[in-house]
Design a protein around this ligand. Structure first.
Ligand code: FES
Length: 317
């Protein structure tokens, strides 16, 4: 992480089953906000593990930042450590970054959250409400007990919030389809949650507003696993070969060898570095490719994904 801000946990709240929020204040008392609605921060937890979390406090509040952490069963220390952290504990964070910006020219905004995916959409709802924009928020969760911020959402945004609890994936398209009433080609949809959920939102509502008006944010749904790699060989379609050590990414190895690959987040989120796979089997560790893309194994994010085979042949886009 390029530069970090020393923060301290000032408040811990159990928001739902397995989800707690942490309020963060700067060690030196300096303001941490405002930030752009939809933004996230890198957080280095008590065990030194770096994870990304969406910000979910009101974006214009300079005094503190709020993150919500879901305890992930397979966590290597990121979410579990933050579930054991207490008021007064010190953490390091990066500066807020945004990959899910509000479209300024939209006639209407529809926010669609699946589970813990509510977090970036909560900050967007604060901003849309503040600005008097036309918006609705659909929130799908297994139960009210597992729906973080449900009470707050209803108190803050009233009948703009529509909670859908306990629906199966097969039941969700009908609800999504009905929510498209009133949307136009000038409307924008923002969704965050598990990849299959977001795929479904895009499939149903992309027909109404246009695929380029459906904005997705996937990284909060899973921790990016960059650990446990082994070395492998990457061959470019030009014939050049490079060894990728266990602790380096393909992107960084190519960059060190003077090969420019378009990249931005370097966290498997934005999709900028996605390239073709001509041979070998990638070990997908990103949160930007769809389930179908991953299954096809013909594309991969070079910043985080690795190889299941001893060699990979890739085609740079
Ligand atoms: S640089 Fe963003 S996914 Fe790789």
């Amino acid at each position: 992480m390029p530069s970090t801000i020393a923060v301290r946990i000032s408040e811990v709240t159990e928001e739902a089953t397995g989800i707690r929020s942490l309020r963060l204040v700067a060690e030196d008392g300096a303001p941490l906000g405002p930030y752009e609605p939809g933004a996230h921060v890198d957080v280095v937890g008590p065990t030194g593990v770096l994870r990304q979390y969406s910000l979910c406090s009101p974006p214009e509040d300079p005094a503190s930042l709020l993150i919500a952490v879901k305890r992930e069963p397979g966590s290597r220390g990121g979410s579990v450590a933050l579930h054991e952290a207490a008021v007064g504990d010190a953490l390091e964070i990066g500066s807020p970054r945004n990959l899910l910006a509000v479209a300024p020219d939209a006639d209407r905004h529809l926010l669609v959250a699946g589970g813990i995916g509510i977090t970036p959409l909560l900050s967007m709802a604060y901003a849309l409400h503040r600005d008097g924009a036309e918006f609705s928020l659909l929130y799908f969760a297994r139960s009210r007990a597992e729906a973080a911020f449900a009470d707050l959402l209803e108190e803050e945004f009233g009948d703009r919030v529509h909670l859908h609890l306990g629906l199966s994936p097969e039941e969700q398209p009908a609800v999504l389809g009905a929510s498209g009433t009133g949307l136009s080609a000038r409307s924008h949809v923002y969704t965050c949650g598990p990849a299959p959920f977001m795929d479904q939102v895009g499939a149903v509502l992309g027909d109404v507003v246009g695929a380029d008006h459906v904005h997705t944010e996937s990284f909060v749904a899973a921790e990016i696993d960059t650990e446990g790699g082994t070395a492998f060989t990457v061959e470019l379609d030009s014939g050049e070969e490079f060894e990728v050590p266990a602790d380096r990414s393909i992107l960084s190895v190519l960059s060190d060898n003077g090969i420019d690959v378009f990249s931005s987040c370097e966290e498997g989120i934005c999709g900028s570095c996605v390239s073709g796979v001509l041979d070998g089997v990638p070990d997908h560790r990103d949160n930007c490719l769809s389930v179908a893309d991953r299954a096809a194994n013909d594309r991969m994010a070079l910043c985080v994904s690795r190889a299941k085979t001893a060699r990979l042949t890739i085609e740079l886009y």
